[in-house]
Design a binder for this molecule. Structure first.
Ligand code: IVH
Length: 683
């Protein structure tokens, strides 16, 4: 594969080696020994020459001697202190009273629940990143920090400063990629940051984000002679805007200023309530709100204790754990037939939300926890909205039932149930079909089970974006026997709808319009909306690209396995789920085939060509529109993605390439110009 190497002639290669060696040597003297032998201008000349000859050379991403994460201690130039903590409103009032002599202007930021990181920039270049450690000494994690997508290796200000912030993993990434391997995003952030080798199945620093909350400037007496003078802001809010300007992502903040102590306290409390309410919607996990005096000179005057600064306060959310009493366990049959135990508990507030029901996941979990009805149980609610029972504390007493209130404020007065082991159902609680044990799950195999039917219909409506058809309506339709199979939905009449309780003409018309709007759909949408166990929208699309027609779908049988597993991302298990799923529903699928217009899907061409197996991203101005370059790349078997990550193989960069090019260089992604890309197209 000669085209994959971008060879240099011998003279150039020799020059590159010399430059690399010199840069490594002088970087070490400069950054690690602080005894530079050459001027900065000379150093920059070496750097620029290497960059011109080999823009992707790893030495350009490496500063000082390469250090494996965690093996070297870093003494923090400015200690990384903790924050004083508060959990109630009085402590906020106290904090305001203590600082009031210095003004009533505060900033409030979410307290991000991740891992603290200090970035040291020298002459605007990231030279070191260190964990908090003891606060005095942390660990060098520079190489991993450089992999975090929003940490720039250069600031647009060429001076000396330390930027502090929190490294977090966004909850969506945590949920989709890591929920099975780590208990929470915080552990992953800390682990990925300190990880020595990048291993599959562990956290990856490219999945982390850095949010800054502080910048400290190196005093002029210590700064590099060529660096600009330290900046001197009046307020923290100004330094936050500055961080944004130089290329750093700060944590979000609001400025709060009251007219007197009381007013200030109330406004700060209101801010803690605001975050309490929107905590569940936040993209990262937070454990409180940090309140800080905005004026930096006044912070100096207040000073700090050995432990924490006096000008800041961390208000923490009330504990996310709570104890309550397990009253009963209900078993619910879901769309795929899995029978889920739902715990009914005496009402309890967990992170601001009253919980009365909580999932126990599956029968395996009930057995693992060893819970009995009438037990006192511990409930936890983390970043995820669904609270869960984590342990039993043995039989509850009457005291455990006291002072409990429903979400609407009514007092709860249930009797304490007799302590008894939960009854594990042998038959479906809805249709009485005999259940079987599938791993940790109990399953009902009856496709016309009313519970499975309502869940499947709802799934169908969500998949096809019919938001006028909600849970209540679906239950009514099934209870009234108006719908006994999914295709029955399309046999409904306006009159039947109007006969239902609380159904006005307008909503009936809306439901009918939405149903009309989904009478025609391509095979991939149809297959996706069926909601077969184990077959989500992406697999549905992949299968549809192979099967193409509704007749093809209906005639599937075991002899098709080989054909199906040749689809990228499809293994034997899913192929079998599709075949048995359709087989078990053939009458319904045929019925749908009659009542709906299911259009054919074009066959997905098996990819081939010289670019097969490589991913590309395209940026900047090229001789032709980027779209054309993308089409040609795909035609040659390549995959085209829209963003740069560590997993990308090549960035095709034209004129005026901006942040994507910087990021590719930082992550060590190979960058191609148009000619190099064209050369790769040659078979
Ligand atoms: S200010 C002097 N702001 O909380 C300390 N800290 O409990 C200045 N944290 O070590 C810290 N979000 O890692 C600050 N918006 C925020 C924060 C925040 C999270 C962490 C930080 C610190 C710990 C203290």
């Amino acid at each position: 594969m000669g085209w994959i190497e971008f060879g240099h002639d011998d003279a150039t290669s020799a020059r590159i080696s010399v430059l690399v060696e010199q840069i490594a040597h002088h970087s070490h003297l400069y950054y690690n020994e602080a005894t530079p032998e050459i001027s900065d201008a000379e150093f920059d000349a070496l750097w620029d020459e290497l960059k011109a000859l080999d823009p992707d050379h790893p030495q350009l991403r490496r500063i000082g001697a390469p250090i494996p994460p965690g093996s070297v201690k870093v003494i923090h130039r400015f200690p990384m202190r903790s924050l004083d903590k508060a959990t109630d409103d009085e402590e906020i009032a106290h904090f305001v009273a203590e600082t009031t002599a210095h003004g009533r202007r505060f900033i409030a930021q979410p307290k991000l629940d991740g891992s603290a990181l200090s970035l040291e920039y020298r002459r605007g270049r990231l030279v070191r990143a260190a964990t908090r450690g003891s606060g005095e000494r942390g660990e060098d994690v520079t190489s991993n920090a450089l992999r975090i997508p929003n940490i720039p290796d250069r600031l647009s200000w060429e001076g000396d400063c330390h930027i502090r912030g929190e490294v977090v993993m966004h909850l969506d990434i945590f949920r989709t990629k890591y929920a099975d391997i780590a208990p929470n995003p915080r552990n992953l952030a800390a682990g990925s940051l300190r990880q020595k080798n990048i291993e599959a199945g562990k956290g990856d620093a490219t999945d982390l984000m850095f949010y800054a909350y502080d910048v400290l400037f190196i005093p002029d007496s210590e700064k590099h002679p060529d660096s600009p003078t330290a900046l001197n802001f009046e307020n923290d809010s100004q330094s936050i805007s500055w961080l944004r300007e130089v290329g750093i992502t700060p944590a979000t903040e609001v400025v709060i200023e009251g007219v007197d102590d009381d007013d200030t306290t109330q406004s700060l409390i209101a801010e803690t309530i605001r975050w309490t309410n929107q905590r569940a919607d936040a993209i990262w996990e937070i454990d409180g709100v940090v309140l800080k005096l905005d004026n930096l000179a006044k912070r100096e005057l207040l000073g700090q204790t050995a432990h924490h600064p006096r000008w800041a306060l961390a208000w923490k959310f009330p504990p996310e754990e709570a104890t309550t009493v397990l009253l009963d366990i209900d078993w619910q049959t879901g769309r795929t037939g899995a029978v889920t135990p739902v715990a009914r508990v005496a009402p309890v507030i967990v992170s601001g939300v009253t919980v009365e029901n909580t999932t126990l996941h599956n029968v395996g979990e009930v057995e693992r926890l060893g819970v009995s009805i009438g037990d006192k149980v511990r409930i936890v609610r983390r970043g995820d909205v669904i609270p869960k029972i984590i342990e039993t504390l043995g039989p509850a007493s009457m005291d455990d039932m006291q002072n409990r209130f429903h979400a609407d404020g009514r007092s709860f007065s249930g009797p304490l149930p007799k302590n008894s082991a939960p009854e594990i159902p042998t038959n479906c609680p809805q249709c009485n079909t005999k259940l079987w044990l599938d791993g940790a799950f109990l399953r009902c195999d009856n496709l016309s089970c009313p519970s499975r039917l309502t869940r499947s219909i709802l799934y169908w409506c969500r998949a096809l974006e019919m938001d006028g058809i909600g849970e209540k309506l679906v239950e009514q339709l099934c209870d009234a026997n108006l719908v006994t199979t999914m295709p029955d939905l399309y046999r409904l009449t306006t009159d039947q709808l109007l006969g239902l309780e609380r159904m006005a003409e307008k909503s009936a018309a809306n439901v009918m319009t939405q149903l009309e709007g989904t009478r025609e759909m391509p095979l991939d949408a149809f297959l996706g909306a069926l909601g077969l166990p184990g077959i989500g929208p992406e697999l549905a699309t992949a299968f549809a690209g192979e099967i193409c027609t509704i007749d093809g779908l209906l005639s599937l049988n075991e002899s098709d396995i080989e054909r199906l597993v040749s689809i990228e991302g499809v293994g034997e298990t899913v192929a079998l789920s599709l075949i048995s799923g359709i087989g078990a529903r053939s009458t319904m699928v045929e019925d749908f085939g009659q009542i709906l217009t299911i259009t054919d899907v074009a066959k997905t061409e098996a990819p081939s060509g010289p670019l097969l197996g490589y991913t590309f991203c395209i940026t900047g101005t090229l001789s032709r529109p980027r779209k054309e370059i993308a089409l040609q790349t795909k035609a040659a078997g390549g995959k085209v993605v829209s963003s740069v990550s560590g997993k990308l193989d090549f960035l095709i960069a034209g004129e005026n390439s901006g942040s994507k090019l910087d990021k590719a260089n930082r992550l060590g992604v190979k960058v191609l110009n148009e000619a190099e890309w064209e050369a790769m197209l040659q078979p």
